[in-house]
Design a binder for this molecule. Structure first.
Ligand SMILES: Nc1ncnc2c1ncn2[C@@H]1O[C@H](COP(=O)(O)OP(=O)(O)OP(=O)(O)O)[C@@H](O)[C@H]1O
Length: 576
């Protein structure tokens, strides 16, 4: 565990941790020496040899003083090491989260991340001082006593040595059992946290679903699983600690019986026997204490295992030196992709040249949003190539793609901050005036005017004070501000109010001239005015492609789709 902790620590935390451990070992050795000195001291007392008593007392005082100094240093370095380790773990977690492919966050990981970032990292950082220190003391002090014991009575020393493997196996058994149960408990906590967070988020939908909704059952099941896992942990821990303590007492009894046998046989002075028995008790005491702590180490290991899992994930390949694209056109060449299951897109090929707007239409679930995610490099395709400016995206690298692409998805997440700051993150270098100008182009000014506090009104957690369409407007404003050469827009499927309709229309007009715009299009206006339309089919391929006029003239599936949409929406073609 310590090896892995050192691995995840910063150089400073590593230095502090090693120094702390060195002082802990020193205190344990000095404690063992102090216990050993009790034997000649007690024997001198029993025999009434006051000169020897005085000498041994002085020696004991000197060792006691050394112990106090080492203990003070161990606790000083312990406090500093714990803060530095916590800092390192949180930084490593943050750094790793930034490196992981966005797809990893697709499945809800909030419970896992929250667990590591709050109690997990905190527990691990305090483990060296709160737990490992006592375990080291529980091992090193008895080891020191054992070595000294050979000089006092080799027969009792041998008997004590014989108990060591038994105690070691019992200790391992206890730690392994608690580690296994804690891993299950930790997974159950993460699952329950996810469910409770989800439960809180979807309350509006749940209220209409009634008391027996599936979400109620999911939360209930997750909480019950956590409850069962916790009970299992307590039972294993309680039984294991009790069994370990029994083994320790058994070992002590063996030594006492042997000592008594030797004393009765006359080969051991009674005064020495009593002193050695006192030592025997002191020998087993730290071992028994450490048994209860083996489980603590196992619990800390759960968090370190989670760190290992995060670091074992393979990130998307990145180039040593990112290539430079010649323009910002996007090409799909024989792309096949399927979220680890059946292919969603099969052998898909199309080109969206710079300075054009491509509308993607097709049945629900045909892979429209998947195309957008592949361009933004949430994933790499299983076969074929997604290229920007003629260069395959893996050769450009995630950083280049992220800088070049401004995605506007349907599920926009806003920070619990002011409406203006939520736009500002699109380009933090700009002035307030420029940010307001861009936000106004996306009609966010209408939203700000409605909210008490205007531009400085807070939007609530995740943007809960705004409607879905309004959140998308803020996201469009961010995209305008970012001034990226590739705009990916996943238009809202739900009917938009007139304000949002105009905002999206205006934005597309404003940005399409010199950029590559790819829109998962639902608005008829967008579809009709696109430079090319790509209509997907249900099998992950292209049904038809061309301009609106060409496709209508072809009177194929697109013409039917268009007719149905126009009839359904009662849409009328007018010039603006
Ligand atoms: N993260 C994911 N993991 C597994 N499957 C996914 C994931 N995201 C999407 N899918 C599946 O991939 C298919 C295509 O999804 P996609 O969102 O691209 O479709 P779409 O055409 O945009 O649909 P819609 O018009 O309903 O938004 C669907 O069957 C969907 O269930």
């Amino acid at each position: 565990m310590i090896r892995r902790l050192l691995h995840y620590s910063s150089p400073r935390a590593r230095r502090l941790l090693v120094t702390e451990l060195a002082f802990i070992v020193a205190t344990a050795v000095l404690q063992g020496v102090a216990f050993l000195l009790l034997v000649p001291l007690l024997r001198a007392l029993f025999l009434g040899d006051m000169t020897a008593v005085r000498s041994w007392l002085i020696a004991l005082t000197a060792v006691g003083a050394g112990y106090a100094v080492a203990f003070w240093f161990a606790s000083q370095f312990g406090t500093k090491a714990s803060t530095a380790v916590l800092d390192s773990l949180l930084r490593r977690l943050g750094d790793r989260l930034v490196e992981l492919p966005i797809a990893w966050f697709g499945v809800d990981r909030s419970g896992l991340i929250t667990g590591i970032a709050t109690h997990g990292a905190m527990f691990v950082s305090t483990t060296p001082y709160a737990i490992v220190r006592l375990i080291i003391t529980g091992l090193v002090t008895p080891a020191t006593v054992l070595v000294g014991m050979f000089f006092l009575d080799w027969r009792l020393a041998l008997a004590m040595t014989a108990t060591v493997p038994v105690l070691w196996f019992a200790f391992r058994w206890l730690s392994t059992g608690m580690g296994r149960d804690d891993a299950e408990h930790s997974a159950a906590i993460a699952d329950a946290s996810n469910r409770v967070i989800e439960f809180a988020r979807v309350q509006p939908a749940l209220r209409t679903a009634g008391d027996n909704s599936i979400a109620d059952h999911l939360v209930e099941n997750a909480l019950q699983r956590q409850h069962r896992a916790y009970r299992g942990l307590l039972i294993t821990g309680g039984a294991g600690i009790a069994a370990f303590a029994a083994f320790v007492q058994l070992a002590l009894t063996v030594v006492i019986v042997l000592g008594a046998y030797l004393a009765v046989g006359g080969s051991l002075e009674p005064a020495t026997l009593i002193a050695l028995l006192v030592l025997g008790v002191r020998f087993t005491e730290p071992i028994a204490n450490s048994g209860a702590l083996g489980g603590g180490v196992a619990i800390a290991k759960t968090t370190l295992n989670q760190f290992d899992d995060l670091y074992n994930l393979t990130p998307l390949p990145e180039p040593d030196r990112p290539a430079t694209p010649k323009d910002w056109g996007v090409t799909f060449d024989g792309v096949t992709f399927g979220y680890g299951g059946p292919a969603v897109l099969r052998q898909l090929s199309f080109t969206a040249p710079t300075g054009t707007m491509t509308a993607i239409v097709g049945p629900s679930g045909s892979g429209k949003t998947t195309i957008v995610k592949l361009i933004a490099r949430f994933y790499d395709p299983e076969a074929g190539t997604v290229a920007v400016g003629g260069i395959p995206v893996p050769e450009l690298g995630t950083a280049v793609v992220e800088a070049a692409v401004a995605p506007v998805f349907q599920d926009v997440y806003l920070f619990d901050d002011t409406i203006l700051n939520n736009v500002w993150i699109g380009n933090p270098d700009l002035s307030r005036k420029d940010v307001i100008a861009a936000a106004t182009r996306a009609r966010v000014d209408e939203i700000a005017a409605r909210l008490p506090g205007g531009w400085d009104a807070r939007v609530g957690e995740g943007g809960s004070n705004l409607s879905g369409g309004e959140r998308q407007r803020v996201s469009i404003a961010r995209a305008l501000l970012k001034d990226a050469p590739i705009i990916l827009l996943d238009e809202a499927t739900a009917a938009l109010d007139i304000g949002n309709e105009i905002a999206i229309g205006d934005t597309l007009d404003a940005i399409r001239a010199d950029r590559t715009v790819i829109v998962v299009a639902h608005r008829l206006q967008t579809i009709m005015t696109a430079d090319q339309i790509i209509m997907l089919n249900d099998h992950g391929g292209i049904e038809e492609a061309g301009t609106h006029t060409e496709l209508l003239a072809a009177t194929g599936p697109y013409a039917r789709y268009w007719r149905e949409r126009v009839d359904a929406t009662g849409w009328q073609l007018t010039r603006r």
